[in-house]
Write a protein that binds this ligand. Structure first.
Ligand code: UDP
Length: 327
């Protein structure tokens, strides 16, 4: 049976992927330095006989060498994530995202193991043509704005992965995750949906940044990990870049209203200028929508969970966490 190594496997998306792969009979090894990941994310599978967990940084080359030699396929999800965190810790973002991926690819090459690389819709930058197609141009802002370091670091990861394929024949697959949400996502690093849910449950003001008219598509993590799994098993996906996300658009103002309504909350909705929310000169995206034709053609995958269901799942999860003193 296939043995998967998941870097960042104790994170929000990694932990859901681990659950899915175990449910499909895989052996799973997780490596995670718990920077944003949490052991609590693995509560449902911690005791699973086919799961191993290494609490380590992926830049530890000795550990990576051993783990990669023992697996069949690598899912590289470990990264510094979250807009708030990227702005407050830009060195860590750049060094982890580039240095970590370098170790993963070098080690994978040594043992000739297939690698799936997590990238991000941020690489489209300020794209103006919707929806974003995988071969569209990237339009990033100035290096003086640290937000763009995340997109740039992930672009280097993509270049490097494709270079390994070209020069050494290493089988790589790149997937660009659009806004992904669901139970276990933390609001601590800036992600909007868990933050809104938390404020709604607590009856605190829901803080909408900018004018609230910016639009996003929020994909459910269960749909997303299914897409990643399918891509890993499709020979036709090798050497390709795929968008993964939802195409259901919502403005952030509408999102705030929906969360408030579904949580039965009376929180006030407050507009906060970007400069106050992040830093002076912060650049946000007005709109971000994935083109999903390519992934549909290769693995017949389409997102199926409506945003309202996802919001309800997150509300239920946070209420449960609150009851047990967690979060
Ligand atoms: N946002 C907000 N309130 C918050 C956090 C985020 O209004 O407490 C906005 C943010 O400015 C952006 C959108 O919600 O326009 C999505 O933010 P997130 O950080 O979740 O993802 P992004 O799409 O920016 O990567």
């Amino acid at each position: 049976m296939t043995h998967a190594l998941i870097t960042g496997g104790a994170g929000f998306i990694g932990s859901h992927l681990a659950e899915r792969l175990l449910a499909h009979g895989y052996h799973v090894t997780i490596i995670d330095n718990l920077s944003t990941g949490r052991i609590a994310n693995l509560a449902a599978i911690e005791q699973h006989p086919k799961l191993r967990i290494a609490i380590e940084d992926i830049r530890n080359t000795n550990v990576m060498d051993r783990l990669v030699s023992e697996c069949d396929v690598i899912f590289h999800l470990a990264a510094a994530v979250g807009v708030q965190r990227i702005i407050s810790e830009p060195i860590e973002t750049i060094e982890t995202n580039i240095g970590g991926t370098e170790v993963v690819l070098k080690t994978a090459r040594r043992y000739r193991k297939k690698v799936l690389i997590a990238s991000t819709s941020e690489v489209y930058g300020k794209g103006i043509r919707f929806p974003f197609q995988e071969d569209d141009d990237s339009v990033l802002g100035s290096t003086a704005r640290s937000r763009w370091s995340y997109a740039a670091s992930k672009m280097v990861d993509e270049f490097l992965a494709l270079a390994y394929l070209k020069e050494t024949g290493l089988p790589v697959v790149i997937f660009r995750l659009f806004n992904t949400v669901g139970p276990r996502q933390s609001g601590q690093y800036g992600m909007v949906v868990p933050r809104f849910v938390r404020w709604a449950i607590e009856g605190e003001p829901i803080m909408v940044y900018g004018d609230g008219q910016q639009q996003r598509c929020f994909g459910n993590v269960i749909d997303v990990v299914k897409a990643i799994h399918l891509l890993s098993e499709a020979p036709g996906a090798v050497g390709q870049v795929f968008n993964i996300g939802s195409s259901e658009e919502v403005t952030i103002q509408q999102l705030a209203e929906r969360v408030r309504e579904r949580a039965g909350s009376r929180s006030e909705i407050k507009l906060i200028p970007y400069d106050e929310a992040y830093e002076a000169g912060f650049e946000d995206f007005r709109r971000r929508v994935p083109a999903l034709g390519k992934i549909k053609a290769v693995v017949q995958w389409e997102p199926t969970t409506p945003l309202n269901d996802t919001i309800d799942q997150i509300i239920a999860y946070q209420r449960e966490e609150k009851q047990h003193g967690g979060n």
